[in-house]
Design a protein around this ligand. Structure first.
Ligand code: ZN
Length: 325
């Protein structure tokens, strides 16, 4: 049962309107073109001024799904355009969380459009806390469906005109397992160490992971034309043969590329977490964690040697360590 105090506090917030959030820029051709490029949209109404001028729209229009984008905060968090409200339309989530519902998952995002947007229009939106449902239990856990509605307006000389709406719904909940494992007041919960996520294994890839358990780095080899391939695949990319066996790699190679993961920090990985793309001497490349490296000294082309580490008493993974110069 939900806490009655929580329910009354939540009910007091439902229907609340939160202030204007303004667009940094008017609806403009460069942002539309970039967005169409990224999404892969080729409709000339969005990007070709001549074709658009000859259409019934009499000029370029913005792709409707861009509605939400015009008023976004930009690259840095909470960096909203001048004049925007500093109110937090998601305050109800913090309130629910303070009563022991820590998790959240987005469940609906629905856009509604009143009309097309044209170049030069300046938008803003307001947010309404539309509803908070009764406490419900789902497969994820127990909590509340919270629905917010953002209304988008275009600022025109004749007055502001509504151009669309975004309905956004989340489920704010206490996870099912945490619910069941509620500790007694006198017992401290025992923290469970996060396990290393297991790679996906199938009949096509099992040989590789079995090899790691034996301390062998196995590469798939076409038995028809002897071409090596990695990652594992069912068919030879050269001759299309389905027949293959494996070759044990020397485990030596060079660093072809790398990233160092800083954020988000996900257990059980150490951070920063260096990950390499290794080009093996046999010619194929594979991705693996790097060990024994200093972030400032990692170099493309550096010689590396595989070693196998076992995690959680079960999972053997190839890791690469720089070879001594
Ligand atoms: Zn082949």
């Amino acid at each position: 049962m939900a806490d009655p105090q929580l329910l009354s506090s939540v009910r007091a917030l439902v229907g609340r309107e939160y202030g204007h959030v303004y667009a940094w820029d008017a609806v403009n051709a460069p942002m539309i073109r970039h967005w169409c490029e990224v999404i892969g949209l080729q409709n000339p109404l969005y990007t070709d001024p001549v074709a658009a001028a000859g259409s019934r729209h009499d000029g370029i229009i913005a792709p409707p799904p861009m509605l939400q984008i015009w008023c976004m905060e930009g690259f840095h968090m909470n960096n909203y355009a001048p004049g925007s409200t500093s109110e937090n339309p998601y305050e109800v989530l913090g309130l629910i969380e303070s009563y022991g519902y820590p998790s959240v998952v987005a469940v609906n995002s629905e856009l509604t459009f009143e009309r097309n947007l044209r170049l030069g229009e300046k938008l803003y939106y307001t947010t309404r806390l539309d509803s908070v449902g009764d406490e419900k239990t789902t497969g994820l856990g127990t909590g509340f469906f919270v629905t917010l509605v953002m209304s988008y307006f275009s600022q025109t000389a004749a007055g502001d005109e509504k151009v669309g709406e975004l309905l956004f719904r989340v489920f704010k909940f206490k996870p099912a397992h945490a619910h069941k494992a509620e500790p007694q007041a006198s017992t401290e919960p025992v923290p469970v160490a996060a396990k290393r996520p297991k790679p996906g294994m199938s009949d096509d890839t099992r040989y590789f992971w079995d090899g790691c358990k034996q301390g062998q780095l196995l590469i798939q080899r076409c038995t028809h034309c002897a071409t090596l391939r990695h990652p594992p695949a069912p068919v030879c990319i050269q001759c299309h043969s389905f027949d293959w066996d494996t070759q044990q790699a020397s485990g030596k190679g060079e660093l072809y590329s790398f990233v160092v993961m800083h954020y988000p920090e996900v257990a059980p990985f150490d951070h920063p977490n260096p990950i390499g793309l290794i080009e093996l001497d046999e010619g194929v490349r594979l991705i693996a964690g790097l060990v024994g490296v200093n972030r400032d000294e990692i170099q493309i082309g550096q010689r590396m040697q595989v070693e196998f580490q076992t995690f959680d008493d079960d999972l053997a993974l190839p890791m690469f360590r720089p070879l001594a110069q």
